[in-house]
Design a binder for this molecule. Sequence first.
Ligand SMILES: CC(C)(COP(=O)(O)OP(=O)(O)OC[C@H]1O[C@@H](n2cnc3c(N)ncnc32)[C@H](O)[C@@H]1OP(=O)(O)O)[C@@H](O)C(=O)NCCC(=O)NCCS
Length: 382
Amino acid sequence: MTAPVVAKAGLEDIVATTSAICYLDGQRGVLAYAGYDIHDLAEHATFEEVCFLLWHRRLPRRADLGDLQTAFSSARVLPEGIVRLARQLPAGDAMDTLRTLASALAHYDPDANLHTSDANYRKAVRLTAQMASLVALIGRVSAGQGTIAPDPVPGFAASFLYMLTGERPGPVAVRALDIALILHADHELNASTFAARVTAATLSDMHSAIVSAIGTLKGPLHGGANADVMRMLLEIGEHAGPDRAEEHVRARLARKEKIPGFGHRVYRTEDPRATHLRRMSRELGEQTGRPHWYELSSRIESVVTAEKGLYPNVDFYSASTYYAMGIPMALFTPLFAVSRMAGWTAHVLEQYANNRLIRPRADYVGPAYPRPWVALPDRHGV
Ligand SMILES: CC(C)(COP(=O)(O)OP(=O)(O)OC[C@H]1O[C@@H](n2cnc3c(N)ncnc32)[C@H](O)[C@@H]1OP(=O)(O)O)[C@@H](O)C(=O)NCCC(=O)NCCS
């Protein structure tokens, strides 16, 4: 028998599966979904087109898109029991609420434990639409507001903003959110997608896989970083200038603290998603007459890049972008989950289609084997 290969901590650079969904080149800063460069998708696509692309590895034709929009529309209305549950849960972290409600959705899903590929595809579509409704619901409930029924007007991003605010959003906000959703939709074997695939590989159901993913996304080393970035900006202050931001970051670096929104396991150059989010943060700041958060962010970037050679990741400028759009900070990571639902479900479908249980090995470093048994009365200082 051959000895197991000892992996690097954190499975760094380990190729754990084959996948036809997302191409990532960390040296050149390339990200592509099924071959389409993220820059082209951010410029031309809608989130609905990207969902279809991730699920089918081809762009939708007009009829495909119409069908998907119809399916999204009908899935947007949440079961009454879910709305009630959202109101009953004690106030808390929005990601905890999202995890619980996403799990509860399985109890209302007619396909929950049906494992045909058609049923799994229906769940992928349904869960993606429902996720946006859940996040809007959580936003409304936590603000003590009444719920808003989904708008029949098509458009994933527009519908989310409408359910969240109760107002018809303008085209600038809709396009900004659409681009943000596209940029966050998939990212190869990131931690939450890997978690989803591990769960799916036991042939557990899609809702269980998604719940694993939501719990994983919550962590501050992953999706939780976008809210941490905003906390840092708010701590620097609404009325502080860029010099204060520089001081703040230099002090954190001197204390050997990590700066949220910087660094990446795969990219060794600029994260291509950050390029768009930086521009969006600047433009939205100018358009809303509040360029302040972008200016602070920009100074932080200069300092961290000069001092540590680190680039901003997807979370850094998404914080000021979402804030400029009026999205509450508590919903930043849940919003990430809305868009990553497309990628999670695409990977779960891919896992089911060519499944093998994911079960790696550990390099044992505990007490030497064999260890003599010690009876209870003799365990002094053992
Ligand atoms: C993303 C992240 C988890 C990647 O981690 P990783 O590949 O395990 O890399 P490490 O944490 O080992 O970092 C490597 C080095 O860069 C430093 N570093 C990494 N990210 C840093 C950050 N955000 N601020 C300051 N230093 C950082 C580490 O301190 C370490 O330095 P050292 O070698 O002197 O100890 C890490 O960069 C991080 O924690 N970033 C902040 C959280 C964040 O933005 N997460 C969202 C990711 S999309």
